[in-house]
Design a protein around this ligand. Structure first.
Ligand code: UTP
Length: 790
């Protein structure tokens, strides 16, 4: 493939200068070049080039010269399609003609005069085509990392370093003032049109965790305006007239009924007011498809990005909650700032403009608060406890959700915990590196993780949240479950991490675990006497793609994990799991084992293999990892299965539990469930079912009516792909034989099944290729089989 001028090779693959996009390899680069974005920008660039060629640059005009006067003069050379005036002083202008030949006509004329002045005319300068510069990125604080690192190294302890982080990152007083002023200005303008409305800041500008250049989140609260409008309507009916009712000529109130207006109509209204009436505001963009529709804008002089949502009272209230938590203990702020900065450096948080697969800062902050509810003794009380400390005037219910908590920290007794910041940060990583995100739901309301099983069946009642006022929600749909589940402390049907991808989840666990390991080292705990970087500096080192901790290491173990993902399971299975308490993991594992067996046997056409003598010997002498008990079965058919090759050999629950507990690492998944936590198979693969698989698949799909599905997304297609490969192979022989040990983990760590692969016969050396293929194929295929069992 020819590399165009737009493409640069980089150590990490390729970089498309036109689209500012990195791609890791050639196939993804090719896909990008054929993709919509690249094609669109290519067309746009050609259009711009054509525009430049048909334009001229004119200077020497009077500041008072109008467009019409310029158009009248230049139209003698050909039709003019556009005139761009220098906005500030009107000293130059760009005249764009409909045809290129008009430009040549202008440029060949020696002299041009307008209003007695001699005009200077030259070809329009050709600038490199670039994507429009992005609006100020709220997530990118303009922090000089080198300076921060230097400052951190100068401090005496990690505790001081964490205080320094706050000092460096926090919003300055002047920044805070200008945010307040902008909110006031906006309220003033909006009140002209929507009497009694309020503009209320929420989020990081006011929650005490804001960083320089974070965005300004605002709520337009129309409750009072609604009341005003109803009153005005009543008076109108009675024939009264009050000039202050807001139905003056300027008022838009009579045209829109706030009680019945749709969110889209309200957004259009906000957009119109922002565009037409607020000075210094530009790039006003309504976002109608986000979870909460909003209008985004930029304020030019303050270089600030703002978002306005409408009637979002829960966000204002949860901001007050964050403020309260911050005021309850002086360790909260440094810890939140440090974790937020760490997460940003590791690419775990900070979705550009809200959407995306990473953690948002709100979710991340809740993770810190939840951890502080779980340290011993707790530093923060649970939300339920806070509720009990509030007085009657502080009772607050929004949209049916109980949002009661004390307004002042003074109402809450101080914590008895004396851990310092250094210890708490280490504890944070330790807590989350072992956290079972897949198998539980983080509840700040109760200050503990709730078993995910209780959330699996949507039409069942929600778990008892001790929240009487939210009973009207209990029958409604629950939170959207995903790889990470963090319940909003008030809206108990909202998973604030519902946007997270499985990849981010894995990445979060990995980074927590790496950081936890680092926190155990002396480099973290003690200042370097030799002036080397220490403490937070190393913790903040940006994440290196493919570096240590990513799965590209040379000593890769032959394991494939399949995380528990409730959202892909059929409703019937979720119902069964929801009624089985902690045993849900074992029931899921049972289904997973059936899917794994179907994958090897039916889809990849593996054949059962004999158990090699070496492992039999190991088992007899007790050297193997597990023993076979033929009396226990997963399917009732494995009485013989244990001795038969290619069949799974389940292990009894007690045995497997004792084997794991003997290592002192894991607790039993459910002592009451008589289901195994482990299984094992022996398979032989005679065909190179991985080689050229994508092409065979593409060819197959071309000649069939079936809709295209991603690799591993359809059982029948994948079986046929394997069949095609098998039929084409002329001389099949036993390429590889291998053992698969499966076990389910969870509770004290992330709920997942881990499949360990051991080649038992690999004379031709094909196993690595086969395993490499399985790494991406198996999790996706198992997910498909679990979601659509036969
Ligand atoms: P952000 O995630 O943007 O947090 O949510 P932030 O603290 O403002 O951080 P920046 O802006 O990234 O620096 C902003 C606010 O939106 C509400 C919360 O009130 C939060 O403080 N929010 C966000 C929710 O209510 N639910 C969500 O799921 C996310």
């Amino acid at each position: 493939m020819e590399t165009s001028e737009d493409i640069r090779t980089t150590p990490r693959g390729f970089y498309c200068k036109l689209c500012s996009i990195h791609t890791p390899n050639r196939p993804s680069l090719e896909a990008h070049l054929k993709g919509k974005k690249h094609q669109h920008l290519c067309r746009l660039r050609s259009k711009r080039d054509a525009q430049v060629e048909s334009s001229i640059y004119v200077s020497g005009i009077k500041p008072t010269t109008s467009r019409t006067e310029l158009a009248e003069y230049f139209e003698q050379f050909g039709p003019v399609s556009e005139i761009i005036m220098d906005k500030d002083k009107g000293l130059y202008s760009i005249i764009e003609f409909s045809e290129v030949k008009s430009t040549q006509a202008v440029l060949t004329q020696l002299e041009h005069r307008l209003q007695g002045l001699k005009l200077r005319v030259k070809p329009r300068e050709k600038k490199e085509f670039k994507l429009a510069s992005k609006p100020p990125d709220a997530k990118k604080s303009h922090i000089n990392l080198e300076k921060l690192n230097y400052d951190l190294c100068q401090t005496a302890s990690v505790n001081e370093q964490m205080q320094k982080v706050v000092e460096t990152l926090q919003l300055s007083e002047s920044d805070q003032n200008s945010r307040e002023l902008l909110a006031e200005l906006l309220e003033e303008v909006f009140t002209e049109f929507l009497p009694d409305c309020q503009i209320i800041p929420f989020g990081s500008s006011v929650n005490t965790f804001g960083v320089q250049s974070c965005d300004l989140d605002l709520v337009l609260d129309l409750e009072n305006t609604k009341a005003f409008q109803s009153q005005a309507k009543k008076s109108e009916k009675k024939g009264e007239h009050n000039s202050e009712d807001g139905d003056s000529e300027d008022s838009i109130l009579p045209e829109i009924d706030l009680n019945t207006a749709t969110p889209a109509e309200l957004l259009d209204l906000v957009t119109a007011v922002l565009r037409k009436c607020v000075p210094g505001v530009y790039k006003v963009q309504p976002q109608k498809t986000t979870r909460l529709p909003l209008v985004r804008f930029i304020h030019r002089d303050l270089n600030l990005q703002g978002d306005i949502t409408i009637n979002n009272r829960l966000a204002v209230r949860n901001t007050r909650f964050l403020q309260l938590c911050s005021g309850l203990d002086s360790r909260v702020r440094p810890l939140v700032y440090t974790v937020r900065f760490w997460a940003k450096q590791k690419h775990l948080a900070g979705n550009p403009f809200g959407g995306g697969p990473l953690l948002n800062n709100y979710a991340l902050t809740l993770l810190v608060l939840f951890y502080l509810q779980n340290v011993d003794p707790p530093i923060l009380p649970t939300v339920e406890k806070l509720k009990s400390m509030a007085c009657e005037e502080e009772e607050c219910v929004i949209d049916g959700w109980d949002c009661t908590f004390p307004s002042q920290p003074i109402s809450v007794p101080p914590s008895k915990n004396t851990d310092d910041l250094c210890t708490l940060l280490h504890g944070f990583f330790s807590f989350y590196s072992k956290f079972d995100f897949s198998g539980s739901v983080v509840s700040l309301r109760e200050g503990r993780s709730l078993p995910i099983a209780s959330f699996l069946s949507r039409d069942e009642e929600m778990p008892d949240t001790a929240d009487s006022s939210s009973s009207k929600h209990k029958k409604a749909a629950g939170p959207k479950l995903g790889p990470v589940n963090i319940l909003d402390p008030f809206n108990l049907h909202h998973n604030v991490a519902g946007n997270l991808s499985e990849r981010t989840h894995r990445h979060l666990l990995r980074e927590c675990s790496e950081s936890e390991k680092y926190c155990r080292s002396l480099q973290y705990q003690r200042k370097s006497a030799k002036g080397k970087s220490w403490g937070l500096v190393r913790l903040f080192a940006p994440r290196v793609e493919g570096g240590a901790g990513s799965q590209g290491g040379t000593e890769r173990s032959l394991k494939i994990s399949v995380p528990f993902q409730a959202s892909v399971l059929p409703e019937s299975l979720n119902k069964k799991l929801s009624s089985s308490g902690d045993a849900f993991r074992l029931i899921w594992f049972e289904q997973l084992c059936s899917a794994v067996e179907a994958l090897f046997k039916d889809i990849l056409k593996c054949t059962p293999a004999e158990e090699p003598v070496s492992t039999q010997e190991q088992n007899k002498t007790g050297g193997g990892e597990e023993e076979v008990n033929n009396n226990d079965s997963l399917e009732g058919s494995s009485k013989q299965a244990a001795s038969k090759p290619g069949k799974k050999r389940p292990l009894p629950a007690e045995e497997s539990s004792s084997s794991s507990s003997s290592k002192g690492k894991r607790r039993r998944l459910d002592s009451s469930a008589n289901l195994p936590e482990k299984a094992c198979w022996f398979w032989a693969q005679r065909h190179k079912v991985w080689a050229g698989r994508r092409k065979v698949r593409r060819d197959l799909l071309k000649t069939s009516d079936e809709a295209s599905k991603p690799e591993g997304g359809c059982r029948s297609i994948e079986s046929r792909v394997t069949q095609c490969i098998v039929e084409k192979e002329e001389d099949p022989k036993d390429l590889v034989e291998f053992k698969v040990d499966a076990e389910v983990l969870g509770g004290g760590e992330n709920t997942k099944a881990v499949l360990k692969f051991t080649p038992t016969n690999d004379l031709a050396g094909y196993f690595q290729d086969f395993f490499h293929f399985l790494e991406s194929f198996l999790p996706k295929m198992v997910e498909t089989l679990l979601s659509k069992p036969e």
